[in-house]
Every structure is written in structure tokens, then in C-alpha cells.
Design a protein around this ligand. Structure first.
Ligand code: EPU
Length: 448
């Protein structure tokens, strides 16, 4: 008889920020049908803190980031930064918590495949490494499987700043031995990551850089504000044209990270889907942007509650079917497309959900179908015919935003929905079971 395999000891399992062991095989169970009531605190923005941590590589001084979320993705990035010589330290608890990153000396300019393949944002170290050290060897990135996600815009932009680029063996080898020089970069379409990287690189380049068709997402503006606090000369943040005058060095800074508008959007949808009434704290209707208008069209009531936050109140009956099209900011965020589809599964009528940013961001459709949703795909559009009820089933998280969609669907479904592969969820949502169960949700994790 073959030997019985030994279960891994919990001591060897990776820990989540609160010290609990997590595993790639963990699953989440949700008993649907309970309306959410109470308060949901919104964490710091994942998609702001990741580029902010990368920006710390631009300076030998310490960058202190406050109000940061503790997520699998921030830990992965911390490993990448430590591999380059930075010291990354988490501090505090609760609202006062944060992370500091100091790259007093860059001891390496190589970001390896093992780490970069886990998360696309770790590729972004290429900008600061080139600008500060004059060279970088960075693995081509991985991340959520939501499309081909090339890096051509980054490479062309860095070339426009004077870098020599060679791609071989799965690595981008970039060199600018005499430093980067300012230039003009006309981005053919909006890219959040390319804007982050080129803005960071240009901040330390010699001379002036003009970036047209820049991303205006709040996370880009937040990174820009932090770079300004470090001494960067950037004009035009929040517009499509950035004008950057390079400086010889950047200093440290103490920066408060913006709240996570994507987490807030997902929670607003969860409250609406559950038929409940709850307040998202630390955020207003303007922060969730285009989603706020779509929610109102769907019959969800949104009310600002002074300094406290945004109250979400589900419609009396089923939500109304509402069409959306994803677009670069200030349009409807692609990161909320899947969660919005979750709500629409039980809407009255037919909604058309069009994805224009990523070509393969409909992997949640087949999982929602397992719960009884009626969805067909026509090219870049999902046609969702609302059903009266979803019914629990085992499902699988396929990517980060798909995973929270299954949580939303699970809150609506009759019975106990079992969501597998929740490591996707842990990449981007801090203490989600804790937050939702404090509002009455019957949700728990099975550690395997
Ligand atoms: N693109 C190219 N070439 C490039 C760069 C981008 O073709 O060189 C394409 C992409 O393939 C995509 C489009 O441009 O089709 C837009 O991608 P973008 O570069 O804006 O996305 P990103 O920077 O890789 C960030 C977020 C994503 C979010 C998008 C769009 C982070 C860490 N990631 O990705 O967030 O969906 O912007 O808003 O900020 C998530 O959090 O789940 C997530 C995927």
C-alpha cells in the first residue's frame, strides 16, 4: 500500500495578517437569505497601496504609508521589494495601521519570475529601478487571468525616456546607464499601470516629460500626490495630460492612502443583493463614482450620512435590470463589472453588461450559472436575464473580482454556497468574512 501522505503542519502554512493560517485550498461557505444591517468599514485601497509601495524604491529615505490594507498582494509585493534591498515594516493595528518602506540601498535590480508571476503590480518596480539604478531585469508579469495583459505601453514609454529594452527568456532587461531623460509619451489608450510606472520614472529623469492620454483613476492621483510629497514636480494630476519636471533625488514622505472604492462598491452591491440596509464608513457616493448612478437606476437608495459614510438601502422588491459599460475612469470601473453582474442575476428584466477594458473578464459567468443565473455571452457583452432566486452550489473563484461576485451571489442564494479557491479573495479583500458577519451575514471559512 502506498504511504499515506502527511498533512502539512499548520505551522508551515502561510499566515494572514491577523496571524491565522491560510491555504490555497481554503473555502468559504455562505448561507444566503440574510439581509445585511450595520456598518462596513472600508479599508485602504489595494490598487493605491501597491504602486505607493513601489514608489518607495525611488528614494533612499523612508516612505510611511498609513491606512493600508493587509492583503496577500501587499505581502507578495513586500517580498519583491525586500528582494531588491528594501526594508518593509508593518505597524499599528486598526485604523492607525500602515506600512513603511525604505530602500536606503538597492542591493539588486532583478525581480524574479517566482514573485512577479504572482501579481502584475510587481512588474511596476521596473520604473523606479531604471530611474534610480539605471538598470532593471524584471520578469514578465502574471496576475489575474482576465486577458492577455501585455506590457508594450510600458516598454515604449520607457524607451521614450531613453531606456534600452530587450525582452528575452521571459525577462525584460532594461538599461539607462547614464540615467533616464525626459521625453514625450503619447499613450495610445489609457493604462493605469503604464501611467504609474512612467510617472515614477519621469519623476527622476533629466528634463521634462509630457504624458498624454494618462489615466485619471483616483489611485493614480493618490500616487501622484505622494510623489509630490516626496519632492516630485508633477502637474496635471487627474487630467489626461501629465507634465513632469524631473528632479535629481526624491525624499521620504508620510502619506495617508485613499480608501478602496472597489471594496466599497462590492460592499454596496452586497448590501443591495442581500435586501439589507447598511452604512459604508469612510467613503461617500462620489468615491464609488459611476456605480452610484447605476445603483440608483437599479432602485437602490444611497444616502450620505454626514461624516460617517454612505448608507445603502436595498429596493423593496427585486432590483431593476440596469445596463452598464466598463470604461476608464470616470466611467464604470471594470473591477466592479463582475460584482454588478452578481446583483443583476436576480434583477427584474434583462441587463446588458459590456466589458471594454479586458477581453476575458467573464470567467464568473459560468460560476454564476451554477447558482442558477441566466446569462448568455455575445462578444464583449453579457446578457443577464434576472431570475427570481439563485440556488446554492459549489463554485470556484477564478480571479479576484470574480471571487467577491460569488460572495454577493451566495448572499442571495437559497442554501449554503461553497466557494472554492478563495486565495483569490484574500488577494484583495481584508477580513471580508469578519466584516460581513458583523452585519449579520452567515459566512464562514473552512481551513483546509
Ligand atoms: N494594456 C496593454 N498594454 C500595456 C498595458 C495595458 O495592452 O502595456 C491593456 C490591458 O491589457 C488592458 C488595458 O490596457 O486591456 C487596461 O489595462 P491597465 O494597464 O489599465 O490595467 P493594469 O494597470 O494592469 C490596473 C488595476 C486593475 C484594473 C485596471 C483597470 C492594479 C494593481 N490593477 O491594472 O485591477 O482592473 O487597472 O482599471 O491597480 C484588480 O484589482 O482586480 C485589477 C485587475
Amino acid at each position: 500500500m502506498p504511504p499515506v501522505p502527511k498533512m502539512p503542519s499548520s505551522r508551515n502554512q502561510p499566515k494572514n495578517p491577523k496571524g491565522q493560517a491560510t491555504s490555497r485550498m481554503d473555502r468559504i461557505l455562505i448561507e444566503g437569505g440574510v439581509p445585511l444591517h450595520g456598518e462596513l468599514a472600508i479599508s485602504g485601497s489595494k490598487n493605491a497601496v501597491l504602486p505607493l509601495m513601489v514608489a518607495a524604491l525611488l528614494s533612499e529615505e523612508k516612505l510611511v504609508l498609513r491606512g493600508t490594507p493587509r492583503l496577500a498582494d501587499t505581502r507578495t509585493l513586500a517580498q519583491v521589494l525586500e528582494g531588491l534591498g528594501a526594508t518593509v515594516e508593518e505597524f499599528g493595528n486598526g485604523p492607525g495601521e500602515g506600512v513603511s518602506v525604505q530602500a536606503a540601498k538597492l542591493t539588486s535590480t532583478r525581480a524574479p519570475y517566482e514573485l512577479v508571476s504572482k501579481m502584475r503590480a510587481s512588474f511596476w518596480v521596473i520604473g523606479p529601478l531604471l530611474a534610480r539604478a539605471g538598470q532593471a531585469q524584471v520578469s514578465l508579469p502574471g496576475g489575474c487571468a482576465i486577458g492577455t495583459r501585455p506590457v508594450d505601453l510600458y516598454l515604449k514609454g520607457l524607451e521614450a525616456l531613453g531606456a534600452d529594452i530587450d525582452v528575452s527568456g521571459g525577462y525584460v532587461n532594461a538599461a539607462a546607464p547614464h540615467g533616464l531623460t525626459g521625453g514625450r509619451i503619447d499613450l495610445p489608450f489609457v493604462s493605469v499601470g503604464a501611467t504609474h510606472v512612467l510617472m515614477m520614472a519621469a519623476a527622476l529623469a533629466k528634463g521634462e516629460t509630457l504624458i498624454t492620454n494618462a489615466a485619471t483613476e483616483p489611485e493614480v492621483v493618490d500616487v501622484g500626490h505622494c510623489l509630490q510629497a516626496m519632492g516630485a514636480q508633477i502637474d496635471g494630476l487627474g487630467t489626461r495630460t501629465l507634465h513632469i519636471r524631473g528632479v535629481a533625488r526624491l525624499g521620504g514622505a508620510d502619506h495617508q492612502v485613499i480608501r478602496d472604492r472597489i471594496e466599497a462598491g462590492a460592499f454596496a452591491l452586497a448590501v443591495a443583493a442581500s435586501g439589507g440596509k447598511a452604512t459604508l464608513t469612510g467613503i461617500g457616493a462620489a468615491d464609488i463614482g459611476a456605480l452610484a448612478s447605476s445603483l440608483r437606476l437599479a432602485g437602490v437608495d444611497l444616502a450620505e450620512t454626514g461624516t460617517q459614510g454612505l448608507q445603502i438601502c436595498a429596493p423593496d422588491g427585486r432590483p431593476k435590470a440596469t445596463h452598464i459599460t466598463t470604461e476608464a475612469y470616470p466611467g464604470f470601473a471594470t473591477d466592479l463589472q463582475a460584482p454588478f453582474m452578481g446583483l443583476m442575476c436576480c434583477a427584474e428584466g434583462v441587463s446588458r453588461i459590456r466589458e471594454t477594458i479586458f477581453e476575458n473578464r467573464f470567467m464568473h459567468v459560468q460560476e454564476l450559472a451554477r447558482l442558477g443565473a441566466d446569462i448568455s455571452l455575445e462578444g464583449d457583452t453579457a446578457i443577464v436575464t434576472g431570475v427570481e432566486k439563485l440556488h446554492a452550489a459549489p463554485v470556484m473563484a477564478t480571479d479576484l473580482r470574480a471571487s467577491v461576485t460569488l460572495v454577493i451571489a451566495g448572499l442571495m442564494a437559497e442554501g449554503v454556497t461553497e466557494i472554492n479557491r478563495v486565495y483569490h479573495l484574500d488577494r484583495g479583500y481584508e477580513r471580508i468574512e469578519e466584516k460581513l458577519s458583523a452585519c449579520g451575514a452567515r459566512i464562514w471559512r473552512e481551513r483546509i
